[in-house]
Design a binder for this molecule. Sequence first.
Ligand code: MG
Length: 391
Amino acid sequence: MRSIAVLGSTGSIGRQALDVIAAHGDRFRVCALAANSSVEALAVQANAFRPSVVSVGKREYVEPLSAALDYEPRIVWGSDGLRVCAVESGADRLLAATDGMAAWRAVFAAARAGVDVALSNKEIIVAAGDLLIADAVSAGARILPVDSEHSAVFQCMQGERSGDVAGIVLTASGGPFWESSFDEMRKATPAQAMRHPTWVMGAKNSIDSATLMNKGLEVIEASRLFGLTGKQIEVVIHRESVLHAFVLFRDGSVKSQLASPDMRLPIGYALAYPERLPSGPGEQPTRRAIGLGGRATALAFEPVDDERFPCLRLAYDALARGGTYPAVLSAANEEAGRAYLAGKIQLTDIAALVAGALEAHESRAVSEEAVAEADHWARAHAHAAILAAAH
Ligand code: MG
């Protein structure tokens, strides 16, 4: 029986993870649940899964949560609450499915305590991935990717030596605006931007997918997880989202992983690793898994259009420049995305805001303190630029 702590349990990945855990109750139990402000949904989850620790984002949510629970777990809150979930709940594996940097201290605490981390929260690995991986390696903890493309690379790497990898290719669906003109993208409403063609995701990921910044963050994430340079990582558009990544080996051989676009597979792989979970009774995965819904199909790939989607190039730049540039890219992007959702800027302004922050930033060598400062600086810089754009 493996004990799982879930940070971000009421978000898209958190809810799908609880589906997986509920379907495999013989293998997993939930020892901690953490959500930010969705107190009612959290209480329903806690009453069902009975974790011994439950965490909320703010102290003022403790009262209403406790009133909605039909048992008495330890209730914690804030960033220390996340840390308690990670290292004081008896977790064998932590699922980090929060957005942004909220859980980064908790994720570091888990890795340092030797707790395996199933990592969905890409901002943390983008901003401070090298530090996290070094800490995890020295404590004997695994960092297991939940992102579908990185799970695909990780699966292709099983039984291989990392020194034999020549490069990888991450696929991108292209998001809701792949067929749109720049002008249509400029006028796109948040509701249009949230309508992803293939994946079910939360708001942050949906906006990032619409600008392709999601793929940019994934390039940096992959470089950290697999020890690759930006030059070794390519991105291609693959509208069907069936083939998630290719791994190219030095002898010229190529491996890839294919599966239907359903996050429950990579989530389940990260929770169960090194085992694989059986699919449910009655499921016939073979044809569905490769998107072959009873008719002939083909897998298509096309190059990325840098003109309409400048965010991807910004991410490659930040990766090449190193230091605290990736932290600034991620933080400025998060604030710009939030401003777009609030109707303060246009979708196509996001790239310019991020580019402006990268331009103005003075990078430092990466340390926890430098990353925290760069994150703070980038958010303030983005806020000032958003205010200036609104006047
Ligand atoms: Mg992904």
